[in-house]
Design a protein around this ligand. Structure first.
Ligand code: NAG
Ligand code: NAG
Length: 255
């Protein structure tokens, strides 16, 4: 039986050689509910895994991701309460659909730390990053098995989160996230805001990092992550890996 099973796996996996193995590990001391979203306007190839699941502390899952996965993201949801049908809500990161996110519009509610990928085809590199552009809810790290750069926000930014940015709060009153200055509504006119890079601040030149309040709190703690819309200028926001290397990636919560 064991031999037969091994043979079967080899036969079914071989034609799918142009795929990567992704591993999602919850190294937190608490349960996280990971979620996957693939922007349907960019690509139709999706990971071979449900778009949402429960990850107990110290658990891991691995799955195949097609080589042409484009504009995909994985994040963790905190303090969720789902019923037996998978209906329910989370304090942050929650998506339309409940436990299993809607493939069309199941983007997470902010604040949420995001791991983002566009895998390379036709000689283009893989692009990947950790983004806290939409706020922070969990420390995360993207590793790979080919020696390409680590992307991470490994520090828990919640305990020292500046008070105007703290929240949302769980039922015990503990902060479960640290919002961006934009999301926290510090600028009353969000349509024309230096913190949000909108209106007269909507280009890299008119929305420099120096104009984003609390930028240094996020970037100093998480230098290898994207911390505001035009953070590519930092040189340490967006990472690439030669797609010819066919890297496998590991995403760890609470690395
Ligand atoms: C809960 O889940 C069931 C089964 O998927 C569904 O039919 C129902 O509409 C859901 N209820 C709510 C309130 O979303
Ligand atoms: C898991 O977390 C512990 C601290 O709780 C840390 O020492 C360890 O390096 C982490 N493991 C991984 C794989 O990130």
């Amino acid at each position: 039986m064991q031999l037969f099973h091994t043979g079967l796996v080899a036969l079914t996996v071989a034609p799918l050689a142009l795929a990567r193995t992704f591993t999602v590990t919850n190294n937190c001391s608490y349960t996280v509910w990971p979620a996957i979203f693939t922007d349907p306007n960019v690509g139709t190839a999706v990971p071979d895994h449900p778009t949402g699941w429960e990850a107990p502390p110290r658990s891991s899952v691995s799955f195949m991701v097609p080589d042409n996965w484009a504009s995909g993201r994985i994040w963790g949801r905190r303090d969720c309460d789902f019923d037996a049908n998978g209906n329910g809500t989370c304090v942050d990161g929650g998506c339309n659909g409940g436990l299993v996110c809607d493939p069309h519009n199941g983007i997470g509610a902010t604040p949420a730390s995001l791991a983002e990928w566009t895998l390379g085809t036709n000689g283009n590199p893989d692009y990947y990053d950790v983004s806290i552009v939409d706020g922070f809810n969990l420390p995360i790290r993207i590793d790979n098995d080919k020696g390409c750069h680590v992307a991470d926000c490994p520090v828990d930014l919640i305990p020292d989160c500046p008070s105007p940015l703290q929240g949302p709060f769980d039922s015990a009153g503990n902060a479960a996230g640290c919002k961006t200055a934009c999301a926290a509504g510090i600028d009353h006119n969000q349509a024309d805001s230096a913190n949000c890079c909108t209106g007269s601040h909507s280009t890299p030149d008119t929305c420099p990092a120096s104009g984003v309040q609390y930028y240094n709190y996020f970037k100093d703690n998480c230098p290898n992550s994207y911390v505001y819309a035009y953070d590519e200028g930092s040189g340490t926001a967006l990472w690439t890996c030669d797609s010819g290397l066919q890297a496998d990636y590991t995403l760890t919560f609470c690395p």
